[in-house]
Design a protein around this ligand. Sequence first.
Ligand SMILES: Cc1cc2nc3c(=O)[nH]c(=O)nc-3n(C[C@H](O)[C@H](O)[C@H](O)COP(=O)(O)O)c2cc1C
Length: 407
Amino acid sequence: MQDIQQAFTPLQIGPLTLKNRFVKAATNEGMSPDGVPSRQLVEFHAGIAAGGAALTTVAYCAVSADGCTLPNQICLNREALPHLRVLTGAVHAEGGRVSAQITHGGCFTFTRQPGQGRPLSASGGFNKIGLMSGLFFKREMSVSDMQRIASDFAQGACLAREAGFDAVEIHMGHGYLLSQFLSPLYNKRRDEFGGSLENRLRFPRQVLRAVLDAVGQDLAVICKFSITDGAKGGNRIEDGIAIAQALEAEGAHMLVLSAGLNAESITTMFGSSFPAENRAVITNPIMKFAMYLQQLAEKPVPFSELYLLAYSRQIRAAVKMPLAYLGGLTSASGVSTLIHEDFDAMALGRVLIHDPKWIGQLQTGDADRSGCTACNRCVTMMYSEGGTSCILGNPRSAELNRQPAAV
Ligand SMILES: Cc1cc2nc3c(=O)[nH]c(=O)nc-3n(C[C@H](O)[C@H](O)[C@H](O)COP(=O)(O)O)c2cc1C
């Protein structure tokens, strides 16, 4: 119990003070139809803050139109600003702080506007993710593309500040653009941005520097990355350690330690298999087939609590900066373990989708083990009309999800 109370002490990350150590991890909410945050999104994050988490992360805010992965994703532009202000205001009113996960999808995209051309990536050629989207080829980024996108990240962070966010989380993991630079599975370049890990880190570091220079005095600048890709030929934990050290040297305020890649190693990220029922929710037949192939390719993985602890512990030993543990935290004893292991913060995804009140109940001693079963069916609920929810509870309101936040 003593350890649990330690988790309710304040934490400093860069210029931001959090009231406790609990962070709601980014989980794509599916609550921004046509790119506009809905009233459902506001209710979702206000509920997380009211439930006791110190910081809630708004998933997947694209820094440019060509950086969108999905059509119903927030794009950080001036049209979104009034809606984002409603969202941040609602979280603050509940005593919480709010972070914008800022991202560029690179070749992991299902959307293309006329005139956008091939999706960008570290390297060009055949785009295997394009088998799901019909975007079969990707284009290798030039140095001027990199300058433009680094500046988009900085501008996106400035817009987040204007909208009232307290932090930004740069998405460097899971197979999106910055992860496409970091991972040798995607990065086949022969210039100073490819080859050695030092080179593969160059562009993600430039993005981090641009964001720190733009907003680092005012907002916490967090990086989320995959400490192992969990796939043959990808980054291993030794690379993850070196990436953490480089991000610490560059000045990131906190790291969120995730793992895995969306297309190649989704069970590394979630620590448990995806049930076949998940395919039933997907209407796009190509995506359905791709999920089927993915399930065939990956061995069944039974869930175990804190499934990334053995890897994350190695990162803890290698850096001094604040670290947020992520992956399968589901009980009070898990919280004690993470406090003992010297993690500064604890991020949770599925447990808070299942029950946003869990953190507050933990503090009062009214909760121990979460009822989340790590079944992963919340992942396909992203595509339902009401947005992401736990299938053990009621689906969220489709009506609220159609109404823009600022109306
Ligand atoms: C429904 C759902 C959507 C997710 N979407 C995102 C996302 O948009 N960005 C991201 O970085 N991670 C995303 N994740 C991964 C989570 O942040 C986290 O890594 C994962 O759920 C494991 O943590 P947990 O065991 O606490 O759930 C998503 C997870 C879920 C369950």
